[in-house]
Design a protein around this ligand. Structure first.
Ligand SMILES: Nc1ncnc2c1ncn2[C@@H]1O[C@H](COP(=O)(O)OP(=O)(O)OP(=O)(O)O)[C@@H](O)[C@H]1O
Length: 273
């Protein structure tokens, strides 16, 4: 479980996060929606310590998360998945996943890229979870965008995190590949009991994959509920001024007809054309 309390951040006097309070349970898949500039990326970066917040506290499984201390020779409990994968292009897939283990290794071994057998086994297990063991020795830049993002998921998993933060993980992918990637993420969230906070731009994916949706607008949480409660009015509250007559079609039945499939099996999704 991750608890975010009173998270605030301003840039140049302009408030970007105005006091975010959220709790996400282990094994819960939370989607964050919000317009461009709402503060979604800033929130994830503050949670992970990539950006220092002005105020607030992050508590993971009962312990205050201090990103500076977490960096010292132990695997961080918070892993991150980025829109552009952030893989090292010239390294093999396996070595990219082992990057997720490096914080727990001695600096000499990691500089020489000598990986303990146990770490290699863990990396291969994680690769298996995203069904890409046959790509272990391929260079990362030989993979498709969807495969690279699956490697991003495996690398995050190799950290054995309590929390995975995803910043628009499917923004660069086509619709079919996006759903495959989100299905892997959700399956791993549920099977490993990892809390996932996933920023998305697509309301239809949020409704299909999110167990809970948080709407961020102007640096504040304006909606926090299950997808069943995401109505057209709420969508307009999250996205002020939105002019999209199609939005009702992706909401769940009590909010309007739903056009998306219920299958969340990543292999079935990959197989369906
Ligand atoms: N390093 C920075 N320096 C100054 N301003 C910043 C910085 N990072 C973000 N901002 C500002 O903070 C606000 C929120 O940005 P953020 O990237 O968190 O929004 P977002 O909701 O993730 O948007 P998008 O969906 O377009 O990625 C924006 O106005 C942005 O310009």
């Amino acid at each position: 479980m991750i608890k975010i309390a009173g998270l605030k951040k301003s840039y140049g006097g302009k408030p970007v996060l105005q006091g975010i309070d959220l709790e996400v349970k282990s094994g819960e898949f939370l989607v964050v929606l919000g317009p461009s500039g709402a503060g979604k990326s800033t929130m994830l970066r503050c949670i992970n310590g990539l950006t220092p917040p002005d105020a607030g506290q992050i508590v993971i499984d009962g312990t205050i998360f201090d990103s500076k201390r977490a960096a010292g020779g132990r695997l961080r409990p918070v892993a991150m998945i980025f829109q552009h994968h952030n893989l090292v292009k010239r390294l093999t897939v396996l070595k990219n996943i082992l990057v997720g283990r490096m914080a727990g290794m001695s600096s000499i071994l990691s500089a020489l890229q000598i990986f303990p057998t146990k770490d290699v086994e863990i990396a291969m297990e994680c690769l298996q979870r995203v069904e890409l063991t046959h790509k272990a020795m391929a260079r990362a830049d030989q993979l498709s965008g969807g495969e690279q993002q699956r490697i991003g998921i495996a690398r995050a998993l190799a950290q054995r995190p309590a929390v995975i933060l995803c910043d628009e993980p499917v923004a660069s992918l086509d619709p079919k590949t996006s759903r495959v990637v989100l299905a892997y993420l959700k399956a791993i969230c549920k099977e490993e009991g990892i809390a996932v906070i996933c920023n998305l731009h697509q309301v239809d994916y949020a409704v299909e994959f999110g167990e809970r949706i948080v709407g961020l607008s102007g640096g504040k949480v304006v909606f926090d509920d299950t997808p069943d409660h995401l109505t057209v009015d709420v969508v307009h509250q999250i996205y002020p001024g939105l002019e999209d007559p199609g939005v009702a079609r992706v909401l769940r039945p009590n909010a309007g007809p739903r056009l998306v499939s219920n299958s969340l099996d990543p292999i079935a999704l990959a197989a369906s054309a």
